[in-house]
Design a protein around this ligand. Structure first.
Ligand code: PEP
Length: 248
């Protein structure tokens, strides 16, 4: 069993004062207790500097929500993985469904970004998940297999990647997958990783579940086999909720 990882995706929310309140509240809890999970927050790019200075030297890790596949160049508005690493980030989300939908990111874009993240020394949290239509038509496992095969870097170091299974229909909707559905997909992902990296290495990769995780359903979801943490959107914006998801 790996140590659980609880990652908060703030999406396009927050402000300098919000960040200071939320991170301050979180740190006062994390620093006081011997917690059994690792916590990461992924604020919007413009708040990374503020959050990093608050989290510096603490047990709280910080991640970007996206990175560019190139190291530098004419890519207005983008941020390279190298720069995220340089300012102190440890993680970056790649392939979040909102990036795939809003920005047309494909598996091959996600693979390129995840490769850049690994090269820069960041841990990519590689997001995958089926749409409602894909689930209803019985294609969930086929879609997951394609995404795992095509989104992971070719020479991925298994000790430096995290996967997040997020059914698209469960993100921000209040709907959650049942524990049986989650178990089926997480077990399937684990076996895909085993065939790629071997059992020992694959068992050490955190596979997070994401999609309307909140304090009231976290215990049940985090107890499912092969669920090694959570990627949390809405509930990561409240200290008490985010904390309650990770600490029990
Ligand atoms: C997410 O943003 O990755 C997410 C899972 O959002 P929510 O928890 O709000 O569904």
């Amino acid at each position: 069993m790996v140590r659980k990882l609880i990652a908060g995706n703030w999406k396009m929310n927050g402000s300098v004062s919000f960040a200071s309140e939320l991170v301050g509240g979180l740190l006062s809890k994390i620093e006081q207790q011997d917690v059994s999970a690792d916590f990461v927050v992924c604020p919007p790019a413009a708040l990374l500097g503020s959050v990093l200075s608050l989290a510096k030297g603490t047990k709280l890790s910080v991640g970007g929500q996206d990175c560019h596949a190139n190291v530098s160049g004419a890519h207005t508005g983008d941020t390279s993985a190298e720069l995220l690493k340089d300012i102190g980030c440890g993680y970056v989300l790649t392939g979040h469904s909102e990036r795939r939908t809003d920005h047309g990111e494909t598996d091959s874009d996600v693979k390129a970004k995840s490769t850049a993240a690994l090269k820069a020394g960041l841990t990519p949290i590689i997001c995958i998940g089926e749409t409602e239509g894909e689930r209803v038509s019985g294609n969930t496992l086929k879609v997951i297999e394609q995404q795992v095969t095509n989104s992971l870097p070719d020479d991925a170091d298994s000790s430096a990647i995290v996967l997040a299974y997020e059914p698209v229909w469960a993100i921000g909707t209040g709907k959650t997958a049942t524990p049986d559905d989650v178990a089926e997909v997480h077990n399937f992902i684990r076996e895909l990783l085993v065939s790629r990296f071997g059992r020992e290495a694959a068992n050490k990769i955190n596979i997070l579940y994401g999609g309307s995780v909140k304090p009231s359903n976290a215990a049940e979801l985090l107890a499912v086999s092969n669920v090694d943490g959570a990627l949390v959107g809405g509930a990561s914006l409240k200290v008490e909720d985010f904390w309650a998801i990770g600490v029990r």
